[in-house]
Design a protein around this ligand. Sequence first.
Ligand code: GTP
Length: 247
Amino acid sequence: METMESMEPISAHYTTAYPEIHPDSAYGSTEGEENHSPSATPALSYDEELMHKTILVGDSGVGKTSLLVQFDQGKFIPGSFSATVGICFTNKVVTVDNVKVKLQMWDTAGQERFRSVTHAYYRDAHALLLLYDITSKSSFDNIRAWLTEIHEYAQRDVVIMLLGNKADMASERVIRRDEGEKLAREYSVPFMETSAKTGVNVDLAFIAVAKELKHRAVHGQQPNEPKFQIHEYIESQKEKSGCCSYF
Ligand SMILES: Nc1nc2c(ncn2[C@@H]2O[C@H](COP(=O)(O)OP(=O)(O)OP(=O)(O)O)[C@@H](O)[C@H]2O)c(=O)[nH]1
């Protein structure tokens, strides 16, 4: 989807801690606000200026750009596939538990030739959404290699979520949902199937990550603080939305 013109140079956006807010989106959209939790209570000590860097990774063609566009703009652009070149980002503000959480979402190129560029961005990532395509066995098989890379280059406490995308393509499915669940359990990461085309579970994936990041920012790694149970949250939301009858 992106061309060299929209690629962000590393030097412009590479920071070691929570970076400054970049007002421009590589997709040309402005920051959106969505309230996903009307009944929640305000968190007292959350700094709404924090920017959480979230990176989408996975093989070329699994739907990273499409997922991001669906979350950011609520639309799916069908048609010819144009591989991302390099890396670019878009900012979005989501309201969770009555606080505004700023996500800076980075779309990376899945193609091998860009791998050394994208590695450099892992280091200060707060969250990584790792995608495979349920119609592509190779993209699923490569998840282990992606996780090895992530463990090599990313921070130890990075939030990782595994997503099986293109869940709308039931007739072409080659990876069963339980295979995705099993792999996720093996690596102790949350998992869900998504569709960038229909939007199924797309908001949920990003909101769950935003909640986890917000919780960590408020409570830190204090052993006595209650942990946000991202797995339980996802399961409860899936049930509420009735999403899973879809699969
Ligand atoms: N049916 C269906 N098609 C999808 C879905 N997500 C992406 N696609 C299609 O899959 C192709 C690849 O999608 P992209 O979003 O460009 O994939 P990518 O992972 O960003 O690819 P790279 O930029 O090369 O890393 C496009 O033709 C999309 O329209 C989905 O959920 N369902």
